[in-house]
Design a protein around this ligand. Structure first.
Ligand code: G6Q
Length: 534
């Protein structure tokens, strides 16, 4: 690294935080949430979002120490270096990916002086290609062999090439064109593809095969399944299939596809949503203008993330509060609970983005890290979750810090007053109520009805979930994850931990090739054969 990177465990602020964590702020004390103007003071605004954090177990003293931690670890400077293209995806002294990390360049298209001009120029050129393509699809210049317009898009990809695009497509369905529909195939489970293929009209379907590497077993298998279905319907696949792939990958073959869109090696899969990985599919559904709004929201948050004052830098503050809860108060997981049905796949996307990035045990010099890295992240939308797992959140032995996300207005504006309030008001009231209930708890002589409280949460609030706000929210979480990785001094941009299982699966497949399936003892025979070929 050679740049004086330093993990939080070695900092003076880190030691101070350890002391402060011995007596964290008591949220169950009278007026704990409102004392000394706390409610108003503990609000952080960024663009169209604001975060209430009075319900965290922090004081001004803790915040000052977190600021020192951010400064000592040079978190903002490192973020700026990332945006400028410093090679940070590496482990010093060991073979590693050794790449720049430039997902932010995909949306750094709105200012005169982008942080890394070459990468932004590539992003702009792909965006221009996409604009023309969407226009050709709209006007019918790109159509099926019978001259009919495409109405359906099947997105085939997995992991980073699926989760983000799917989550944002779901989040923004309210803005999607009603005359077009989108389907996703990701799992190598043949039932996933079959379920999609049995319901779409292939004659008017575009198929977008998304794979940065162009070698992912699941995606290639699903591509073959879809192509087989196309051929069965008398359709030549290259008239319907589009590739989104890394420049120079095995899928970078113009003869095989109707069109190809590119991403570059400096964009990691789980950070690739604002590249062509997400934009081709989102563009087909939302139209070009709306994806530009989405990118604009993300660009705005990337710039805000360069603010040095943690109280004015939403992603940095969110990251540091997470570190306070995880590393100093010792809570092992974090729940992201959106009070928005549209965000129902967003926790799944964050689960990958966070846990694949920060689920590491060595630092950027290849040494075992001194404390904990990323927490387990999970979540589901409220209010559904309230009728499911909130029992544990309120009274369980495990304390789970919560990140609530909610909006003042619904997306579609279709609502009804029942008993004097709209459903949107009911939703929002529930969100606030949960946050307060977790924090303050409730005394009761009956131990079964006692709520211990002191369970921290933050509440993120936006006006309404528009494409622009979605971009802001996405970039907020991406930056939070990156800041936490910097603080833990880990490489948040590789994913070596996914390879062992893949390699073993290949060995199992070798044992299965041409073999007879013997349902009774198949798994035992395979385990034995695969372990022997060791
Ligand atoms: C993400 C990971 C991983 C990747 C998938 C799909 O950061 O690298 O989830 O996105 O394995 O990879 P391809 O896009 O190369 O098919």
């Amino acid at each position: 690294m050679g740049k004086g990177y330093c993990g939080m465990y070695e900092t003076t602020a880190g030691k101070r935080l350890q002391q402060l964590a011995e007596r964290p702020y008591d949220l169950t004390a009278p007026d704990a949430l409102t004392a000394a103007g706390r409610l108003e003071r503990y609000v952080c605004r960024a663009g169209s979002l604001r975060m209430l954090y009075s319900m965290q177990r922090v004081t001004d003293e803790v915040l000052a120490a977190l600021q020192d931690l951010a400064d000592e670890c040079r978190l903002v400077e490192q973020f700026k270096e990332m945006r400028k293209g410093v090679v940070i995806n590496r482990i010093e002294g060991w073979p590693s990916e050794n790449r720049q990390v430039l997902h932010t360049a995909c949306r750094d298209i709105f200012c005169q002086n982008p942080a890394e001009p070459a990468a932004t120029a590539q992003a702009k050129s792909e965006l221009e290609k996409l604009k023309n393509f969407l226009n050709d699809v709209e006007t019918g210049q790109v159509c099926n062999v019978d001259g009919e317009k495409f109405r359906t898009l099947i997105h085939v990809g997995i992991g980073g090439s699926d989760l983000g695009p799917r989550a944002v497509y779901e989040a923004l369905r309210a803005f999607g064109r009603k005359d077009r529909d989108i389907h996703f195939i990701s799992n190598v489970d043949p039932d996933d593809a079959a379920a999609v293929l049995e319901k779409v009209v292939l004659k008017t379907a575009l198929v977008v095969i998304v794979s940065k590497s162009g070698t992912t077993m699941e995606t290639l298998a699903n591509e073959k399944l879809v192509c087989q279905a196309l051929r069965r319907n008398g359709i030549e696949p290259r008239h319907h299939c589009i590739a989104v792939t890394g420049k120079g990958s095995p899928m970078d073959d113009p003869d095989q596809y109707l069109r190809a869109f590119y991403m570059y090696d400096y964009i990691g899969g789980r950070y690739s949503l604002t590249s062509m990985v997400g934009l081709v599919t989102l563009g087909f559904s939302l139209g070009y203008e709306k994806i530009v709004e989405f990118l604009h929201g993300a660009a705005e948050m990337d710039l805000l993330a360069e603010e040095p004052d943690i109280r004015r830098n939403l992603p940095l503050l969110l990251a540091l509060l997470g570190i306070w809860n995880h590393n100093y108060l010792g809570y092992p997981t974090v729940a992201v609970l959106p009070y928005s049905q549209a965000l129902h796949r967003f926790p799944a996307h964050l689960q990958q983005c966070d846990m694949e990035s920060n689920g590491k045990s060595i630092d950027r010099n290849g040494r075992k890290i001194a404390g904990k890295s990323g927490p387990v992240l999970w979540g589901e939308p409220g209010t559904n979750g309230q009728h499911a797992f909130y029992q544990l959140l309120h009274q369980g032995t495990e304390i789970v810090p919560v990140e609530f996300i909610g909006f003042i207005r619904s997306q579609r504006g279709e609502d009804l007053e029942v008993a004097g309030t709209s459903s949107q008001q009911k939703l929002f009231a529930n969100l606030l109520a949960q946050s307060v209930a977790l924090a303050t708890g409730k005394e009761d002589r009956n131990p079964n009805k006692h709520f211990p409280g002191n369970r921290p949460s933050i509440v993120l609030i936006g006006g309404s979930l528009t494409p622009e706000v979605m971009g802001t929210l996405l970039a907020l979480y991406e930056a939070k994850i990156v800041f936490q990785g910097f603080a833990w001094d880990i490489n948040s941009f590789d994913q070596e931990g996914v390879h062992l299982g893949k390699a073993l699966a290949t060995r199992f497949l070798e044992c299965m090739t041409g073999g007879q399936s013997q349902p009774e003892s198949l798994e035992l025979k395979l385990l034995e054969a695969a372990c022997k070929t060791g």
